[in-house]
Design a protein. Structure first.
Length: 51
């Protein structure tokens, strides 16, 4: 999750959205949202997917 994604996620989280993410560069310690290792696993858990 890059800086733009993190800013969007923090704003959506305020509205009660559950935030999940994936990244090409593995998990990021500063991101406190659940990490999924690939897009397929992430998409299986989502109602809405923002790319």
């Amino acid at each position: 999750m890059g800086s733009i994604g993190l800013h969007v996620a923090k704003r959506l989280n305020v509205f009660g959205c559950i935030i999940l993410y994936t990244s090409r560069n593995k998990t990021k310690p500063h991101v406190k949202f659940p990490f999924y290792p690939n897009v397929q696993q992430l998409a299986a858990k989502c109602e809405i997917l923002i790319i």
